[in-house]
Design a protein around this ligand. Structure first.
Ligand code: MG
Length: 254
């Protein structure tokens, strides 16, 4: 494993600004989510807002395959789409859930956050999926303290999700974040307590449970990006960028 960076207070101040913009984008996009909305319009609103703040969208142009870089500012993942859905001409429909993930870079530092929204009225099972996934994120964050181990975070997420009868996606993980969007350590949403690296004050982590209503199994679509549940059941995704502290972690994307 590579190096896990400890950020200085100056770096954390810079990340606070990127993360504040992430939170603002999610609130702005959330206010536009309703039946009939086009995901491409949500993406344009997000990009315009980020650039108006003197920042750049971190996901746009991201990728290792130069012929298929991610085209959007947002990842918009509807219903059985887990993550990395591409904004396009699709219209949202009443009863769906949509996960919105956004990364922002400002003054050399990244912020990353995600949230799943209900489109109009959704089923009780979908509401429960959203609630449990968000709760699991906070259970993980509670463990992100100096002296704990990385997989204490993972285990707290997994335990909460599985007690509710849902499953955590294993093929995708959270990550450290800073001068790069994805840094060490990888943060799985499952694992044994008391294992993994020791957490230290000043580590900055993007914790992001991806939770499926049914099986944990996922597959990547023909577009090379969109991750879907294998069984077609809905999925949810909540993410915060947090700073490990001696006591409670500091949530930067609130
Ligand atoms: Mg992330």
């Amino acid at each position: 494993m590579g190096k896990v960076f400890i950020k200085s207070q100056r770096e954390i101040e810079l990340m606070k600004e990127s993360c504040r913009i992430v939170a603002e984008v999610l609130a702005l996009v959330g206010s536009r989510i309703k039946p009939g909305a086009y995901t491409r319009d949500l993406d344009e609103i997000a990009e315009r807002y980020i650039r108006s703040r003197g920042a750049t969208p971190a996901f746009k142009g991201y990728g290792t395959d130069k012929r298929n870089l991610f085209p959007g500012t947002l990842c918009v993942s509807i219903e059985d789409e887990v993550v990395h859905g591409i904004p396009n001409g699709r219209q949202l429909q009443e009863g769906q859930v949509i996960s919105v993930d956004v990364g922002v870079k400002k003054d050399g530092y990244y912020g990353d956050g995600a949230r799943t929204f209900a489109v109009g009225r959704v089923s009780e099972e979908r509401m429960r999926l959203l609630r449990v996934t968000e709760e699991s994120l906070y259970k993980g964050i509670e463990q992100a303290q100096e002296g704990k181990r990385l997989h204490d975070v993972s285990h707290a997420v997994q335990t909460h999700v599985e007690a509710a009868g849902f499953s955590v996606v294993r093929d995708l993980v959270g990550h450290g974040i800073g001068k790069s969007l994805h840094e060490e350590p990888a943060i799985p949403n499952y694992g044994a307590p008391g294992t993994g690296i020791k957490l230290k004050e000043g580590m900055v982590l993007a914790i992001e449970p991806m939770v499926n209503a049914g099986s944990a199994r996922v597959s990547v679509g023909n577009d090379g990006w969109t991750v879907r549940t294998w069984d077609g059941k809905p999925s949810a995704h909540f993410e915060h960028t947090v700073v490990v502290r001696k006591g409670d972690a500091e949530i930067l994307t609130r």
